[in-house]
Design a protein around this ligand. Sequence first.
Ligand code: UFG
Length: 340
Amino acid sequence: MKTTMHPINNTKPNILVVGGAGYIGSHMCKFLVRHGYTPVVLDSLVYGHKEAVKWGPFYKGSMENKDLLGHIFQKHKISAVMHFAAYCYVGESVTEPAKYYRNNVSNTAILLEEMIKYRINNFIFSSSCATYGEPVDIPMKEDHPQNPVNPYGRTKLMVEQMLEDFHHAYGIRHICLRYFNAAGADPECEIGEDHRPETHLIPLVLQAALGKKEGISIFGDDYPTADGTCIRDYIHVYDLAQAHLLALEKLLNGFSAGHYNLGNGEGHSVKEVIRHASKITGQVIPVQIAGRRKGDPAVLVGSSKKAIETLGWKPQFADLETIVETAWKWHKAHPEGYAT
Ligand code: UFG
């Protein structure tokens, strides 16, 4: 165990953040500390970055390590678990599904079993709009049919279903948060988005603005949208963190189970994102039109009415400009990403 760089004197409960060295998990840790909680990070560092763990005790290891989980649960008196440790490359999940079913499903089952053993009943799960598959209605609501079109989405749905069964059988209380497109970074620039390999639109566009890439390939400009490119609902990583905090407090106050979409309810096309990035960075971003990427729906936009009305969620960084600006600030300050 290593203690990280920001000393914490919080009085609220300790929260285990599995995947706390990753993009969303690390922002969650900073947000938890700001609100009086102590994050305890468990991360294998397969995709996470040691440098992103700056708050609370840190354990390097996998959620399938039962001894380590037992040790953490006992030593830190954990009140709730937040799970950000899924693998999330949609394309890879098609070519290497075993890796996704093992990590995202089997290892999550191990984590939950250990929670049951140590009587830890509160679980917040990073789910995805990928559980819905091809949209039938836009904006998508929580009762939209769930027919995922790739193994990644299926693993997320399986965990949602597992949680329902574990709730009935073992009393695991849980909230599943279905993210749309997570984006942006800590405006104080301490942490940001660094996936290796990077496949997400906004970081790739910003790498092109920095001259780290020759330009950006637009995956299809013949979709049935106004400018022919795909439309997505981008949601700031701190707005996701705020929703997790509200979900946590709801569970700690006795709520039993629920599912919430997290998006801004507004779609932006790939071309629109590139235009904003060009304006914010002051750089010309070279573009080439490539073929469609397999499995990309034309439009994914969510309705988050339920999270707003029943969790009390109030997104603070909703406009695309702010999302791209915060991401740009981090990329400009860390052109090579994290060092570790
Ligand atoms: N895109 C490009 N060029 C690129 C990269 C992306 O044109 O170089 C396009 C994609 O085709 C898509 C849009 O930009 O239309 C956004 O792509 P991202 O890869 O950034 O995000 P996705 O919408 O594919 O994926 C996100 C999350 C996944 C989640 C999925 C749900 O990253 O984890 O939403 O469908 F599963």
